[in-house]
Ligand binder design. Structure first.
Ligand SMILES: *Cc1c(COP(=O)(O)O)cnc(C)c1O
Length: 473
């Protein structure tokens, strides 16, 4: 075993990992990365098919991001945002606000985003949105006990408040006593929707579903019921277009728009968790927006970004919000209306410099063309998977795809979690030089934007063979 692998096993405790399984075999120790490829301590290379857990945008070792970090490093790595402003964070805040403008007129009353609160990762950025929305609802006299509504299976991070906003049973059981109560509503999971009367077909379930959009009625009913209780919802929290950690569950066209109308019609706020979907992950659109909610003509009151913000190079996050929310925290010092929240590394210069460079790359014509081509390559690569009986649903939204594995596609019968179907397929892929991580029985394919046509081909060839190897013909 490599000496670094030994050290890891001796000292490091890994996230979301059954460490007994971890300690049974030599871990892959990553030493370097270039573009879409990672290299381990033995010199073996792998394709980074989930963009290092959904963070990396333009590939590893991108010269422009590297240079931006090096240039900033020559000036300073970090100074506090408590009491001090700094160069790259000011510039980045302006870029984020300008990039967040919704260039599309729709019937919805959309707010304008004008302020940026920086933090360190997706969870903290969600905590910021949660606290701001909570206090805002109280100060505007909407309610004394602000309540939040989010989707079944939702994941919004691992800090206690963010876990409270989510609805993954496994996590809720573990921390039940620590969490505040939130409500959940049916997620538009067409493939396993109780209202979908269609028999399984060899296509994305959104395309052949038979229903009456009951998922939207359910949201409407939830809002009405909560209003009758005399405590209308403070905010609706959602990952626009695609729920990530819930299992890559995409929303049918028009869902977000209609739900946003319900939220606004009820006077509640909309918190868009774009930690996974932001920065072009959900595809290139005509209007050129980098955010998923804009594809449905929706502007939230809180736009939460992290993972890809720095191109996936450094931990940094941001919560964008409106002047209206900002104003609710203004007052005389002695009124103590200050937003009492902050992190040591808020507005970190190296992170902000990397993010600025990443945003610059996203605006380049070659990046836009590359993403369009990759989206097409992914769509083509996925086609070959329909011949496999263990593939139940394939859900592509732009540059993100979830492939749901089932025991039998004709019945949608699932594999039991303890059978580790997803884990076994991903282990077989790793042996073929392709790295990704499953969500239960869903295989995630989300490669960096620089992935070449040939690399994309290799990813799907490895996936195809690995499903057959791990789950039988
Ligand atoms: C990853 C993720 C988070 C949490 O972000 P961290 O940086 O891991 O804290 C929150 N929301 C969504 C949608 C995510 O994908």
């Amino acid at each position: 075993m490599h000496k670094l692998a030994k050290l890891d096993q001796k000292y490091v405790w890994h996230p979301f990992t059954q460490m007994r399984d971890w300690l049974r075999r030599e871990p892959i120790v990553i030493i370097s990365g270039k573009g879409a490829a990672l290299r381990d301590a033995h010199g073996k290379t792998y394709l980074d098919a989930n963009a290092s857990i959904w963070t990396n945008l333009h590939g590893h070792g991108h010269p422009k991001i590297n240079r931006a970090i090096q240039k900033q490093l020559k000036k300073i790595a970090h100074s506090s945002a408590l009491g001090l402003a700094n160069e790259p964070a000011s510039l980045l805040a302006e870029t984020l606000i300008k990039t967040s403008v919704l260039n599309r007129t729709t019937g919805i009353r959309n707010p304008k985003l004008s302020k940026v609160f920086f933090s360190d990762d997706g969870s903290t950025a969600m905590e910021v949105a949660l606290k701001l929305a909570y206090v805002h609802a109280q100060r505007t006299k909407r309610t004394t006990h602000p309540r939040f509504l989010s989707l079944e299976g939702a994941y919004h991070g691992d800090t206690v408040g963010a876990v409270g906003l989510g609805h993954i049973d496994l996590f809720h059981k573990a921390y039940a006593g620590l969490l505040f109560k939130t409500d959940k509503v049916l997620a538009p999971y067409c493939y396993r929707c109780p209202f979908n009367r269609a028999r399984p077909e060899r296509a994305d379930a959104r395309e052949y579903r038979k229903c009456n959009h009951e998922c939207i009625d359910q949201v409407e009913k939830k809002f009405a019921a909560q209003k009758r209780k005399g405590n209308p919802y403070a905010a609706f929290v959602v990952e626009p277009l695609m729920q990530g950690a819930a299992g890559m569950i995409p929303q049918p066209h028009g869902w977000l728009r209609k739900v946003a109308e319900i939220v606004r019609g009820n006077g509640a706020q909309l918190i868009a968790d774009e930690v996974m979907t932001g920065f072009g992950r959900t595809g290139v659109t005509q209007a050129g927006s980098l955010f998923a909610c804009h594809q449905e003509g929706v502007q939230p009151d809180f736009l939460v970004v992290a993972k890809g913000l720095t191109g996936g190079y450094l931990p940094m996050a941001a919560t964008l919000t409106t002047q209206k929310v900002f104003d609710a925290f203004l007052g005389d010092y002695s009124e103590f209306k200050t937003f009492f929240h902050g992190h040591s590394f808020t507005g970190n210069q190296l992170g902000a410099a990397a993010a600025g460079a990443s945003m610059g790359i996203l605006a380049e014509a070659s990046s836009i063309r590359g993403r369009q081509r990759l989206q097409q390559d992914i769509a083509e690569g996925l086609q070959s998977l329909w011949t496999l009986p263990q593939v139940g649903d394939i859900r592509q939204v732009g540059l993100v795809t979830g492939i749901e594995l089932v025991r039998n596609w004709k019945t949608r019968a699932p594999f039991a979690l303890r059978e580790k179907a997803g884990i076994r397929v991903c282990e077989a892929m790793a042996r073929r030089g392709v790295l990704t991580r499953p969500i239960g029985n869903v295989i995630v394919i989300m490669p960096p934007y620089c992935t070449t046509q040939q690399q994309a081909g290799n990813i799907f060839a490895a996936l195809n063979k690995s499903i057959r190897e791990a789950l039988g013909e």
